[in-house]
Structures are given as structure tokens and as C-alpha cells.
Design a protein around this ligand. Structure first.
Ligand SMILES: NC(=O)c1ccc[n+]([C@@H]2O[C@H](COP(=O)([O-])OP(=O)(O)OC[C@H]3O[C@@H](n4cnc5c(N)ncnc54)[C@H](OP(=O)(O)O)[C@@H]3O)[C@@H](O)[C@H]2O)c1
Length: 300
């Protein structure tokens, strides 16, 4: 596979993570990009991106994938089960690489799946992709753990930058890794530019190795404000989140995703820098410090 994957289609490119990936693809200036969206989608895309609306039928997907070298899926939770259909259509259309909607905690980690079985849907897709390798469609999975700058800006990580409040789990000293938006986007770009070395691999990436207390200290320093901290314990938070999810409240799932990063979950590998064979070198990704990240987020 001595080529670059130039023609690239993205599904879910208007979503939280899809926007990050799409912006990185556009900024690189190296790809012909098509964004495939549902009929009801109101997403808009940057200039230069070809938008195609699809009813997501088998034939419509196959048609949309014709001529594409790679298909990237960044669909959200409700779209994860649709991805097998994307893979089948990609095979029929002769696509060479499929990048599934991972870009979060690693679905190769059984403890992640036990905590939130939805991640089992992601793992099943990786198994499905493995079963299709011999038919000519290669794949690359990318696990990022949580997004640090993204999660600080929008409050997902429970630091409130306006009101200077924070929620700290289990005392806040647990070390975990996280990825920043730029590195997540670059990881996808690098896979497309280096298809040989990334074929049929599940890759772990990271931008920082940190703890909740280190992030809090950096925020205190950067904002110069007094922060009000509340303390919680993983067991209690996880049990409440699982009850919410069982009752149909999907906010419980967001809490469980947060637990994959900051919670004290037995057996869960949250520090990719220490606990996995990190792919940063392979993909040319740089590390950042927490201080740099926090400074950038606060100044925005
Ligand atoms: N590392 C992190 O911190 C982090 C944070 C968030 C998400 N993630 C991961 O990133 C991935 C994307 O999550 P997200 O939050 O970005 O997703 P999202 O914003 O909820 O959804 C992304 C897009 O998926 C499309 N979509 C939704 N349901 C679909 C369906 N049934 N069929 C086809 N397309 C559908 C929609 O696009 P259209 O309406 O335009 O068709 C939507 O804009 C997930 O794997 C998630 O686990 C990671």
C-alpha cells in the first residue's frame, strides 16, 4: 500500500469529534473531502468540503463511497450500531481504509466495556473489521482517552471555568492520560498519510499525563481565582450513573465515560503513556504540558 489515501469521506463530520477531525483534514490541505450526512442533518461544513445527504440505505452508502480511498466514521452513540453497514458498503465500493468511531477510551479494554457496555458495540466492529481484512478493506482504530482541552472548555471534565468550581474524584491524585483536539485531528491525518504502517492496527495516543489535582492547580494559577471544590467517590458516582442509564437517562453514560478517565476503576488502563504501546511516535504526535493546555483554554 505505497500510496496516500487522498479521497476521504467522513460520516458524522458535524458532530463534537467529527468537527475536530474534519477541521484537521481541511487544514492539512492534503485531501479531497466528502462529508456524508443523514437526510435530516442540519450540519454545515467548511468551504471545499463536498456534502452528500444520504438515507443511509445500502445502495446510497455504496454510491457515496465510490471513488473514496478512506471512510472515517465519527458517528455518536446512536449511530454506532450502524457502522457494520458502513463497512459492508465500503467493501462493495472498493474503499481501502476504514477508521471507525473510536476516538475515546479504548474499546480493547475489557474494563471499559464492563463499565459501559455501549463500548462493546465499538469492540464488535473492530472484530468485524478484522474479519474483513482478507477482502481488501484495511482499518485503523484510534483510542485517545478523554479530550483535555475540549473537556475543559465545555465543562465535561467538571471544572467550571466561569464559576470556578470543580468536582474531584477519590482525592484527585489518580494519574491518567488525555489527548488534546489538535493531536486527535493529527492522528487521523497521519493514519491517512501513512497507510502502510497503520494498517489493521489499534493505536493508543495521548497528549498529556496528569491528575485532576494537577489540572486544578494549573487552573487556579491561570485564573488567579479562588476555586470551590466538591469531592466524590467513584463507587457512588458510578452506581448513580448506572441507575440513570438503566432508567433511560443518557447523561449516566457521559458520567461513565468520565469515570474511564478519572475514576478509580479496578483493572482499567487510563494512563496510555505508561500502560500501552503508545503510537505518538508512529503518528508524529507531540506531547503538551497541562500548564500549556490550561493556559490556552483559559485564554480562549
Ligand atoms: N475523547 C473524547 O473525549 C470524546 C468526546 C466525545 C465523543 N467521543 C467519541 O467520538 C465519537 C463521536 O461522538 P460525538 O459526541 O462527536 O458524536 P455526536 O456529536 O453525538 O454525533 C456525531 C454525528 O453522528 C451522526 N449520527 C448520529 N446518529 C447517527 C445515526 N444513527 N446514523 C448515522 N449517523 C448518525 C450525526 O451526523 P448528521 O446529523 O450530520 O448526520 C451527528 O452529528 C464517539 O465514538 C464518541 O465515543 C470522544
Amino acid at each position: 500500500m505505497s500510496f496516500i489515501l487522498n479521497n476521504v469521506a467522513i460520516i458524522g463530520g458535524g458532530g463534537n469529534v467529527g468537527k475536530i477531525v474534519l477541521n484537521a483534514l481541511v487544514s492539512s490541505g492534503k485531501f479531497n473531502i466528502t462529508a456524508i450526512q443523514r437526510l435530516e442533518s442540519e450540519a454545515t461544513f467548511p468551504p471545499g468540503v463536498t456534502a452528500i445527504k444520504s438515507d443511509f440505505s445500502d445502495s446510497s452508502l455504496e454510491q457515496a463511497f465510490k471513488g473514496q480511498d478512506a471512510v472515517i466514521s465519527t458517528v455518536g452513540a446512536t449511530g454506532l450500531t450502524e457502522q457494520q453497514k458502513f463497512v459492508d458498503a465500503a467493501l462493495r465500493a472498493g474503499v481501502k481504509r476504514f477508521i471507525p468511531s473510536e476516538l475515546s477510551a479504548s474499546s480493547t479494554d475489557e474494563a471499559v466495556i464492563s463499565l459501559l457496555p455501549l463500548f462493546g458495540v465499538k469492540k464488535n466492529l473492530i472484530d468485524y473489521l478484522k474479519s474483513k481484512e482478507s477482502e481488501g478493506l484495511s482499518w485503523t482504530g484510534i483510542a485517545t482517552s478523554g479530550l483535555l482541552d475540549w473537556g475543559l472548555s465545555n465543562g465535561f471534565l467538571e471544572y467550571d471555568l466561569q464559576n470556578h468550581t470543580a468536582v474531584i474524584w477519590d482525592g484527585g491524585d489518580k494519574i491518567f492520560s488525555a489527548t488534546n483536539e489538535k493531536a486527535l485531528g493529527q492522528s487521523v491525518v497521519s493514519v491517512l498519510l501513512g497507510p502502510q504502517v497503520t494498517a489493521n492496527k489499534y493505536l493508543h495516543v495521548a497528549s498529556v499525563e496528569t491528575s485532576q489535582n494537577e489540572i486544578l492547580s494549573a487552573l487556579k494559577k491561570e485564573t488567579g481565582a479562588k476555586w470551590t471544590v466538591s469531592h466524590v467517590e467513584t463507587d457512588e458516582v458510578v452506581s448513580a450513573a448506572q441507575k440513570k442509564l438503566a432508567a433511560g437517562d443518557f447523561t449516566g453514560a457521559f458520567t461513565l465515560v468520565r469515570a474511564m478517565m478519572v475514576g478509580d476503576i479496578p483493572g482499567l488502563k487510563a494512563n496510555y503513556i505508561q500502560e500501552t504501546d503508545l503510537a505518538n511516535d508512529l503518528l508524529g504526535l507531540k506531547f503538551e504540558t497541562v500548564k500549556e493546555t490550561v493556559k490556552r483554554v483559559v485564554s480562549q
